[in-house]
Design a protein around this ligand. Structure first.
Ligand code: GCU
Length: 342
């Protein structure tokens, strides 16, 4: 890892061997923003933000950098939202589900099957015309959403057997993220939605408290869930974004120019994370398969139909309905463009 050390007017660049426990090679700076993250430091968003920190340190002459604290070292996602609100932690990556608990309109971007692809999701997330009002809606609660990352496509996995149809989920307790929406979704899919933080899932499956979970291939492999729940079935039901949140006072303490640099570099971080996300899903699937996990591809239509009632149940405000409709309109436009290319 490369470490930039602010010294006097300039910089020295040095190779650093250490630092594996606290993000990869966080650069020194006068002010190092702490980023709470619940996954390993080698996961795409952590890598992209660590590199953002390096570029930020360089471009602000060592005034600012970023250090990612992985593996829930600063707390589970639910706690880190509160730590950002209080200013104890500067930034956090948190799944959209958790923001839904603060402003229910976020639910529109967390709906099953709302996105057609990672490219579609990314086109929606950081288009201010679509998400601008939503992202600024949490200011009074001391949260500013700086942007959204795609965190892959989520599918169901169990310790019991492959899932071919919703009926195969009957009686199976499947861990979901901590929102009513996700519990209800899993119930509609045929299983029993069981909310808990990500860090508890492995042990809960191992001890038989739950029968499985639902996540992308990378988490499945990285957190070793494949060891205890070897049947991964591509239901492809969710693409929940991860949001980078900060405390408005923390962020606004930077000069306007430095904020501009941060936001520019964040754009580059989206691209990097996106590329790494695509890669890591493929390599994780392969690694899990080599280690003995079984992957299957059920017909997703029955699952899509099963969760359809969730739309009317959850899109209850004009703002959430509009967000959902705009998101779908982007999909139609993208599909139209692809048609036009043919
Ligand atoms: C994904 C996502 C995380 C989320 C996790 C979960 O890994 O990127 O933000 O916490 O799923 O299932 O809890």
């Amino acid at each position: 890892a490369v470490v930039l050390t602010a010294c006097g007017a300039g910089f020295t660049t040095a190779a650093a061997g250490a630092g594996a426990t606290e993000g990869a090679g966080a650069p020194e700076a006068e002010r190092v923003f702490k980023v709470a993250f619940n996954q390993n430091a080698d996961q795409p968003e952590a890598v992209a933000l660590t590199r953002l920190g390096e570029r930020l340190a360089e471009r602000t002459d060592g005034r600012y950098s970023v250090e990612v604290y992985p593996n829930e070292t600063l707390g589970a996602q639910k706690d880190t939202v509160e730590l950002v609100q209080s200013g104890a932690v500067d930034l956090a990556l948190v799944a959209g589900s958790l923001l839904e608990n603060i402003n229910a309109d976020f639910v529109a971007l967390n709906m099953p099957y709302v996105y057609d692809s990672q490219a579609h999701q990314e086109a929606v997330l950081n288009d201010p015309a679509i998400t601008g009002d939503l992202y600024s809606s949490l200011e009074e609660q001391n949260i500013r959403v700086l942007g959204g990352f795609s965190a892959g496509v989520r599918s169901v996995y169990t310790s019991a057997h492959p899932i071919e149809t919703p009926a195969d989920l009957a009686g199976l307790k499947i861990r979901v993220m901590e929102t009513d929406t996700n519990s209800r979704m899993m119930d509609l899919m045929g299983g029993v939605g069981t909310p808990m933080g990500q860090g508890e899932v492995y042990t809960a499956i191992q001890s038989g408290v739950i029968d499985g979970g639902e996540n992308n291939e990378s988490i499945y492999r990285n957190l070793k869930h494949d060891e205890v729940a070897p049947y991964y079935s591509y239901t492809n039901h969710l693409m929940i974004p991860d949001y980078l949140i900060t405390n408005p006072a923390t962020f606004d303490a930077m000069s306007e120019a430095d904020r501009g640099v941060f936001l520019e570099e964040l754009e580059a971080a989206y691209d990097e994370s996106s590329r790494l996300t695509t890669e890591v899903m493929v390599s994780s699937q392969q690694a899990a398969e080599e280690a003995g996990a079984e992957f299957s591809s059920p017909d997703v239509e029955p699952f899509r139909e099963a969760v359809a009632p969730l739309l009317d149940e959850k899109l209850t405000t004009p703002a959430s309905r509009q967000l959902y409709d705009r998101t779908r309109a982007v999909a139609e436009q993208m599909a139209g463009r692809t048609e036009g290319d043919r």
